[in-house]
Design a protein. Structure first.
Ligand SMILES: Nc1nc2c(ncn2[C@@H]2O[C@H](COP(=O)(O)OP(=O)(O)OP(=O)(O)O)[C@@H](O)[C@H]2O)c(=O)[nH]1
Ligand SMILES: [Mg+2]
Length: 325
């Protein structure tokens, strides 16, 4: 099917068209830029909620209960489960599917998992694009679940409007939280598995730690939940909504403009380095690479030489996107 047809079906609400466009994004296919360009103006309405925390904390179980909550409100829901550590769509992600299976037949819920499989890096960017597709498709609430607590997860969480950090009593060490950078990204802390010992103590510790921070426009709450039986979900959903409202009030056009410029720079950076990698053996660069190999020039001078000749770099970078590699 050609791209126009696919986009038309997407616009009409065809879930299979959405799935295929997501695959284009996931595989970084040739059509990616065209897809994103055409759907861009339709996005921007959804509430994007990030859920992160250590493995097994109960993120998927919480997501499952939040989906049910949003569905009861009549909202359509998108879910992106991202597993940066897994090169395959399987393992934990498969577990997510099982955990959220009660919603699989619901037309108002779209669940997709993303992994590093077939990716040139930049999982955070792919996740942002998938979220944007779901948003443009009309999903009103979008949950992004990431497994783990590394840099990739932190990057991914930057795209969320509201970031929920899920912890459990047994990992009850606030120093770890600080080290992992979770304190900076959390808009809401959840201590899940509140049925276990130490939940309240962890909550108190987190609150004490948050108390030390300077006065902020949003005061980060620490909630206790028991995801398996949906205890605390209403309060969590209410806090997520309150944070979204707070964010909408605070956000300025200047900030939004700045984000668009940043995103554009990111795209350019990614695209240019991709094209440069492909142009490694191009005739344009043959002379300088030859001299480098023969040690007739040093890498610094060679970089300067190529950059100072605007024509060469322009021709190298004009290589078309998606052309082999
Ligand atoms: N006791 C108890 N167990 C829970 C609670 N919430 C989740 N669990 C259990 O904890 C296990 C992990 O839950 P998941 O929802 O898969 O956790 P996750 O954070 O998504 O896990 P990964 O995606 O693998 O990192 C499952 O066996 C859940 O049933 C809770 O509130 N109390
Ligand atoms: Mg999970």
């Amino acid at each position: 099917m050609d791209l126009d047809k696919l986009l038309e079906r997407f616009t009409q609400g065809d879930r299979r068209a959405l799935a295929r466009l997501i695959t284009i994004v996931e595989n970084r296919s040739r059509d990616l830029t065209d897809v994103m360009r055409q759907i861009y103006s339709r996005a921007g309405q959804a509430q994007v909620i990030g859920i992160t925390g250590p493995p097994g904390a109960g993120k998927s179980t919480l997501s499952d209960k939040l989906i049910a909550y949003f569905r009861k409100q009549g909202k359509t829901v998108g879910v992106v489960a991202v597993d940066p550590s897994s090169p395959f769509s399987g393992g934990a992600v498969l577990g997510d599917r099982v955990r959220m299976q009660s919603h699989f037949l619901d037309e108002g819920v779209f669940i997709r998992s993303l992994s590093t499989r077939g990716r040139h890096g930049g999982l955070a960017r792919a996740t942002r694009e998938v979220v944007r597709l779901l948003d443009a498709f009309g999903c009103q609430a979008i949950l992004v679940e990431t497994v783990g607590v590394g840099q990739t997860e932190l990057d991914i969480m930057r795209l969320a409007h509201t970031t929920v950090v899920v912890l459990v009593p047994e990992a009850g060490d606030t120093i770890q939280v600080m080290k992992a950078g979770l304190l900076e990204i959390a808009d809401i802390f959840v201590v899940n598995k509140a049925d276990r010992d130490g939940a309240r103590r962890l909550k108190n510790e987190l609150e004490a730690m948050l108390h030390l921070r300077p006065e902020a426009p949003w005061s980060v709450p620490v909630l206790l939940t028991e995801a398996t039986n949906a205890t605390g979900i209403d309060e969590l959903a209410a806090k997520i909504l309150a944070h979204e409202e707070n964010r909408r009030e605070r956000r300025t056009e200047a900030e939004e403009g700045k984000e668009r410029v940043e995103e554009w720079l990111d795209l350019l950076r990614d695209e240019m380095s991709l094209r440069l990698d492909r142009a490694r053996s191009s005739p344009e660069l043959a002379d300088v690479t030859e001299r480098l190999r023969a040690a007739q020039i040093d890498p610094y001078s060679a970089a300067l030489e190529v950059l100072s000749d605007g024509g060469v770099i322009a021709r190298v970078l004009a290589g078309r996107q998606g052309d082999g590699g």
